[in-house]
Design a protein around this ligand. Structure first.
Ligand code: GLU
Length: 232
């Protein structure tokens, strides 16, 4: 079990992402990484081992952006390494994932036939590439929904998009995901503890649900893509 964090706001988010990841350390992990969006580009830093290594990397090579996601990984598919560390990115989207995609091999083979390239050994990268493929023809909600329909297994996801700079998407089936509400800033996290220093206003995603965060609001959708309300 390991961790996801996501932040969208009006300030630089990298230190909040690290703070959230530090709070998820108790779950155990083998590598860590963050991705942000700046000037229409996804930027990533990932490192093997402790979050301290990631912090050192960020000190040497800082990362800007008001929208970002972070991850601590516990490898299930592929060795612990920097290349296998999350976020995984196609350039169009970056994805963090907790859980296991059971049918990743068959999806991977299908996408390789469509000329998609895979850089890691992870099951997660199929989510990144599937989503990239659907985004060519569908909007964000439909693309995420279609992607989730293809996945067998368990997941909590955090996603950012190159072409939609004001959005973080979360989704879950089988792995937990919390949503936190701040002042002109909203969050996702594996649990409320990860978000403790940012907010005490929390909702929880149920299986099959999707959330779309902007800095001012959070929208929730059920597995039929109907908009739903959540208690805070
Ligand atoms: N199955 C994914 C991987 O091996 C995610 C593991 C996790 O939950 O951290 O990269």
């Amino acid at each position: 079990m390991c961790g996801i964090i996501g932040v969208i706001g009006h300030n630089k988010v990298s230190s909040l992402l690290i703070e959230g990841l530090k709070r998820l350390e108790y779950r155990g992990y083998d590598s860590a990484g963050i991705a942000t969006l700046l000037n229409g580009k996804i930027d990533r830093r990932r490192s093997l081992g402790k979050i301290e290594n990631l912090k050192k990397l960020l000190k040497k090579s800082p990362i800007k952006g008001n929208v970002g996601i972070g991850h601590t990984r516990w490898a299930t598919h592929g060795i612990p390494s920097r290349i296998n560390a999350h976020p995984h990115s196609s350039g169009d989207v970056a994805v963090v994932h907790n859980g296991i995609i059971e049918n990743s091999n068959s999806i991977k083979n299908e996408l390789i036939k469509k000329n998609y390239l895979f850089k890691s050994q992870t099951d997660t990268e199929v989510i990144t590439q599937l989503l990239t493929n659907y985004l060519k023809n569908y909007d964000i909600l439909d693309s995420v929904h279609k992607t989730l329909e293809r996945l067998e297994g368990s997941f909590a996801l955090g996603i950012i998009f190159k072409n939609f700079k004001d959005i973080v998407v979360g989704a879950r089936r089988g792995s937990p995901l919390a949503v936190g509400y701040g002042h002109e800033e909203n969050y996702i996290g594996s649990d409320s503890y990860a978000l403790k220093s940012m907010t005490n206003k929390i909702s929880y995603l149920e299986d099959g649900e999707i959330c779309i965060l902007t800095k001012d609001k959070v929208e929730f959708y059920n597995s039929e893509k109907n908009k739903i309300n959540k208690e805070i």
